[in-house]
Ligand binder design. Structure first.
Ligand code: 6MZ
Length: 342
């Protein structure tokens, strides 16, 4: 029997909740800083503030640092390439990245932003053939209706051209502001895109019910749908009835203080009743985590043994936005690993 750390590292894992600009490691940020400021000796002061936050609100300010360094197609390409490489080194065999296209005047259009990611995907396909890559185009709820409409149109067009990579939309951004644009997401769904929506990161019963009724293909976080929270049992039952898979990001929720302890994380309640769940890193750079580490925390906090960890990887296959053929290949990989373990 392998020790827990080694086992979690060796498991062939599936990452279904990773925001590109939140996933950039310190090494990648330093590299981007050097590209942008070739004559500057130190990047430490600028980049150190990335560690200083203690709430969900402050966490959103940290993204500005990564965003200030990914303002050209070249920087977006390097960010994507390095992030994929790091996930691959953590034995992730399926990576669904998500990112919000950004236009920077005189430097980059939203179209070029997405093309830079696709270019990195294409090169990684050759360099790292053992990791299957998909992209969700994100809509930042704070950026308003027009930006949401533009991103959806962009996603639909890229989906037509690169259906092997562009598989859906992600609704994200600061949950304290903005809108969910469900009517726009409906249009995208009709065009064949899958929908992953952040849901109930902060208490908002009306919005949560609207999202659950919309029935996205997957939900992110659901921190405020918790059977022990006052008045939340109705939402918890609605979530269970919906059977919508939930992407859970343990470290992210603890560091943003939307969940007080690992022990009380909604993982426990959803896992106990057999609701479909998967583990994700959210923003591995910002939260200094890895998918292996998230598996390790789940194991040590909730007592999951090798067999249950393997099952968690296996069941995640079903919730991916991969094709049937791709899912079979992923299943084969994990079963092969399971046999080698026995
Ligand atoms: C909601 C989040 C998030 O898109 O620039 N993002 N949205 N909740 C979270 N939990 C902590 N973590 C990240 O990556 C960064 C963007 O992802 C979203 C935010 O909109 C953030 O600006 P991209 O690649």
């Amino acid at each position: 029997m392998m020790d827990l750390e080694k086992l979690c590292q060796a498991l062939p894992k599936l990452e279904l909740h990773a925001h590109l600009n939140g996933s950039l490691s310190m090494d990648t940020l330093k590299k981007l800083y050097k590209m942008q400021n070739p004559n500057s000796k130190s990047s430490e002061d600028t980049l150190m503030s990335i560690k200083n936050f203690s709430s969900l609100d402050e966490c959103f300010k940290v993204f500005n640092i990564a965003h200030s360094l990914t303002t050209t197609p070249e920087a977006v390409f390097h960010s994507t390439y390095d992030t994929i490489k790091e996930f691959k080194e953590d034995n992730v065999i399926y990576l669904e990245l998500r990112s919000t296209p950004r236009a920077i005047e005189g430097k980059m259009t939203k179209q070029e932003y997405v093309e830079a990611i696709i270019k990195a995907f294409e090169i990684c396909k050759t360099d790292f053939p053992n990791i299957l890559l998909k992209l969700l185009i994100s809509i930042n709820r704070k950026q308003g209706y027009k930006a949401a409409q533009d991103n959806i149109e962009l996603a639909i067009n890229f989906f037509k051209k690169y259906p092997q990579y562009i598989v859906g939309l992600d609704l994200s951004g600061d949950p304290m502001t903005g809108s969910t644009f469900l009517e726009l997401l409906r249009k995208a769904r009709l065009a064949g895109l899958k929908i992953a929506a952040h849901c109930a990161e902060v208490p908002n019963e009306t919005e949560t019910i609207d999202i659950l009724k919309f029935k996205p293909d997957r939900l992110g976080h659901c921190t405020c749908i918790h059977p022990t929270l006052q008045g939340s049992s109705k939402l918890f039952n609605l979530l269970l009835d919906s059977k919508i898979p939930v992407e859970l990001c343990l470290t992210s929720n603890i560091q943003c203080k939307t969940v007080s302890t690992y022990e009380s994380h909604q993982f426990k309640y959803l896992y106990e009743v057999g609701h479909p769940i998967c583990l994700g890193t959210d923003d591995k750079g910002v939260f200094h985590t890895s998918l292996s580490h998230e598996y390790k925390i789940a194991s040590s906090t909730f007592g999951l043994k090798q067999e249950q960890l393997l099952k968690l990887c296996l069941s995640s296959i079903e919730y991916t936005f991969a094709t049937l053929e791709e899912k079979q290949a992923l299943l084969y990989e994990i079963e092969k690993f399971a046999k080698e373990c026995n």
